[in-house]
Design a binder for this molecule. Sequence first.
Ligand code: IPE
Ligand code: IPE
Ligand code: MG
Length: 249
Amino acid sequence: MIFNKRKQKEHSIDMTRIPTHIAFIMDGNGRWAKQRKMPRTYGHHEGTKTIRRLALEANQLGVKAMTVYAFSTENFKRDTKEIEYIFKLPKEFFHLYLKELIDNNVQIRYIGHLEMSPQETQSIIKDAVFQTSKNTGLILTFAFIYGGRDEIVETTKCICEKYKNGEISLDDITEDYFEKHLMTTDLPPVDLLIRSSGEYRLSNFLPWQLAYAEFIFDETLWPDFDEECLHRAISIYQGRERRFGGVLK
Ligand code: IPE
Ligand code: IPE
Ligand code: MG
């Protein structure tokens, strides 16, 4: 389904049926900047404001988990300057917003190969995780240097190691067991996946966790994605029938 921002109106939400886990593919920063004749990095900069806005709103709505795709393993194909700029954004983001996120009881996590980023970026992110680890509100997870296929291979290797060491038997390897060993570990399955910017693909984001998610593709470019866009997506989600392979009575 495609929705244009200009057509937006107020969207009513049933507060008793808020999705537990919402995942975002934050796309369209480059195009947003290009439209303004600005460098792509400006779009990434403005895109971080959307993360703050949506995290606070999701938290208010009672969403338990929000996972955002910040950098994919494939994004290393980009210009070094752009990559370096993106890797500096966590410093600015947490400098500006960490206190506010703490005040709102938000817990920060990350998934992905953080060790492939500069030392300073690693420390900033780990510090935000540490400072918020006891918070009980929204769990905001950054997928940073993340790739879904990589995650499945890494998980498989970890489980094979346990089998090789005699810690588990083949029968121990169930779907639940596998899921617990993914980078997302104890996060609930994703209910709603939202991709901005009118692209219709997953780009290697959470292939296991999205197995039964509802998908919404929105035309809005990420820096323009606001609370109203989130409300609209949740309202559409609430209008869907989730069958999980069964038959509705
Ligand atoms: C998403 O915006 C941010 C990242 C992938 C890091 P893009 O940079 O992909 O923006 P477009 O798709 O080129 O407009
Ligand atoms: C997906 O967006 C990755 C992130 C949002 C971090 P891309 O812009 O990299 O995806 P493709 O290349 O269009 O599939
Ligand atoms: Mg893109």
